[in-house]
Design a binder for this molecule. Structure first.
Ligand SMILES: C[S@@+](CC[C@H](N)C(=O)[O-])C[C@H]1O[C@@H](n2cnc3c(N)ncnc32)[C@H](O)[C@@H]1O
Length: 573
């Protein structure tokens, strides 16, 4: 049996613009009481006019919306009298088409509109489906949406290219990405043309796979007209056979192959340019830092590494689908402590740029840490290898502003890499189209949480994450805490009230403050979209008043520490 609950996006009878969360809160209670049963779905009733607050609409994308209910009364008449939807509803329905909902229409025979009759409503909905940007992107060859079909919200264990030997089919999938290799070629070309004139430039491709970066290095050499020689290092015996074949058939004497692990082999001469692609969805999660520590022995003191740096980024997310997928695994406690590669679809990012107590929250997606190559602070033994791996540990504490109530189910992980100077790779949601549009090789990483954490409107979320290591493994540990800002009521006579509590101490609200906590059910208003905000001026004024009145924050919840000691997931060195 399947049960679908019909709910309006908000309740117009008691909901002014700032209580738009009420029906979502109701849904959250019902599904939590039912323990997120996957047979319980939502029918979203679009009878009331849609609110203009974007965050209120986007949160429904993270819910199991199976049906959309559209009565004839929601339609307006166009200039010719045919039924069409108001602009906001149009774009919401177009966006929702990504989830393939069943559209239920009612009262279409009632003659509400003078033209078109009953069939005009369904024809119009079909037109919205066809013109939906998500549906169009899925049909267009070369887009990520097209490439990822069938993989949306599917949990994949990340690759371990160091510990395991990748299969030929996996290399074949990598090689379908034109953007990644184009950017590598550009970076190598730029490095070559800027290289001081010398007799011979030595390039080393570390982790050559079946050879796409060797081929791109040769193209860059040809274009730059610089005399250069390529060494290709690979430890996977199956991929090495393909390299041998290609050398014989395509590359000839301009390339020398070296079989073995870059952390232990020697190469005949040091390189000027070290090219590698050992990156995972979170940058360092396929152990690029550890492998390149070994390969740095091959690089001359003034040599360059492509990539020269990469960063890991996080954003908090809500997704009942991913929460359930994690729990359905055969060992749910392990599975909830394992990062997965996921092409996100039924997901809502809960954070917004800035905001929070005294404006101390960072952007919607925040940087955790960076790795640079060659490393500036290297202490190495007499073979040129690091003595321990402790320099590759990292930690971050990030504070996010949560404007609209939601439930934290996990963290979205992304990476960015600088290949050389202005050329890079990025899956960061706000930068990827500028840096490497339509790059297919990496989907984001999903760090799950075992239990959902409710976050009220206008709350703050603090995420702590570590990259840790021992002699054999690298792993991540993560947890989150939630806080609610409290506000001091103005003292009689309009005097500014100073609280003894530091606004940077999130744990304590002042006991002496007249605390007036706004209802967590009252939603933040996106001033740029809401007619009630009074525009930019009004927003600045509101923020000023808020900052003055803000007394501190009370802690309202926290998750468990996930994956302590790498007990459930780790990457083998
Ligand atoms: C992500 S794949 C990229 C392969 C290729 N460059 C491409 O773009 O298709 C990384 C490659 O590095 C190899 N690799 C990983 N760690 C290595 C190590 N320590 N020594 C040598 N090769 C390594 C893997 O076997 C794999 O072929």
């Amino acid at each position: 049996m399947q049960l679908s609950i019909r709910l309006p996006i908000y309740d117009p009878s008691k909901a002014p613009e700032d209580e738009l969360n009420a029906t979502w809160e109701m849904w959250d209670i019902v599904r939590s009481v039912c323990d997120y049963n996957p047979r319980l779905t939502l029918t979203l009733d679009l009878t009331p006019p849609l609110p203009t607050t974007l965050g209120v609409l986007s949160k429904w994308t993270a819910e199991p919306v199976q049906h959309i209910f559209l009565p004839a009364s929601t339609f307006i008449a166009n200039t010719k009298g045919y039924p069409v939807l108001p602009k906001g509803t149009q774009s919401f329905v177009r966006q929702s088409m990504a989830h393939r909902p069943i559209i239920i229409m009612s009262d279409v025979r009632s003659g509400t509109h003078s033209k078109g009759g009953e069939s005009a409503y369904s024809q119009y909905i079909r037109h919205l489906e066809k013109s939906s940007p998500v549906v169009q992107a899925a049909l267009k060859a070369g887009t990520v949406e097209n490439f990822a079909q069938g993989y949306q919200d599917y949990l994949q264990a990340p690759l371990q290219p160091l510990m395991d030997n990748l299969q030929s089919i996996t290399y074949q999938t990598f090689e379908r990405d034109p953007v990644k290799y184009r950017n590598y070629e550009e970076a190598i070309y730029n490095a070559l043309v800027e290289w001081p004139a010398s007799d011979r430039i030595v390039i080393c491709v570390a982790g050559a796979g079946r050879g796409p970066l060797v081929a791109r290095s040769l193209l860059a050499i040809q274009r730059s007209r610089r005399p250069a020689f390529v060494y290709a290092v690979e430890k996977n015996p199956n991929a090495f056979v393909t390299l041998q074949n290609r050398q014989e058939m395509e590359w000839g004497s301009g390339v020398q192959l070296i079989y073995g692990d870059m952390r232990s082999i020697e190469i005949p001469e040091q390189a000027d340019i070290l090219v590698s692609e050992l990156l995972g969805s979170f940058g360092d999660n396929e152990l690029s830092p550890e492998c390149l520590d070994g390969a740095m022995r091959f690089l001359k003191a003034d040599g360059i590494s492509i990539p020269c740096s990469y960063t890991a980024h996080l954003a908090p997310l809500q997704s009942s689908k991913l929460f359930n997928e994690t729990r359905m695994n055969k060992d749910p406690s392990k599975s909830a402590e394992t990062p997965y590669v996921v092409m996100f679809q039924n997901v809502d990012i809960l954070s917004a740029d800035g905001g929070g107590l005294g404006g101390r929250c960072g952007p919607q997606t925040q940087e955790c840490w960076e790795f640079e190559h060659p490393r500036k602070d290297g202490v190495v033994d007499d073979r040129g290898l690091p003595i321990t791996n402790s320099h590759n540990t990292r930690s971050a504490k990030l504070t996010f502003h949560i404007p609209h109530a939601g439930v934290l189910h996990g963290l979205a992980g992304y990476f960015e890499a600088v290949l050389y100077k202005g050329v890079g790779l990025s899956i960061h949601p706000q930068h990827k189209d500028r840096v490497s549009k339509d790059m297919l090789s990496w989907f984001p990483l999903f760090f799950p949480f075992k239990d959902p954490l409710y976050l009220p409107s206008n709350s703050e979320l603090q995420v702590s994450i570590w990259r840790l290591t021992n002699e054999r493994q690298v792993w991540y540990e993560w947890y989150a805490e939630s806080f609610l800002p409290v506000f001091s009521a103005p003292l009689p006579g309009g005097e500014d009230h100073k609280t003894p509590t530091s606004s940077h101490d999130p744990f304590f609200a002042s006991t002496t403050t007249h605390v007036a906590v706004p209802s967590p059910l009252i939603d933040a208003v996106d001033s740029s979209f809401s007619p009630v905000s009074g525009g930019e001026e009004g927003r600045k004024e509101d923020e000023g008043v808020r900052e003055k009145a803000c007394a501190g924050a009370v802690k309202i919840g926290q998750t468990l520490l996930h994956n302590p000691g790498g007990r459930s997931s780790w990457i083998g060195l």
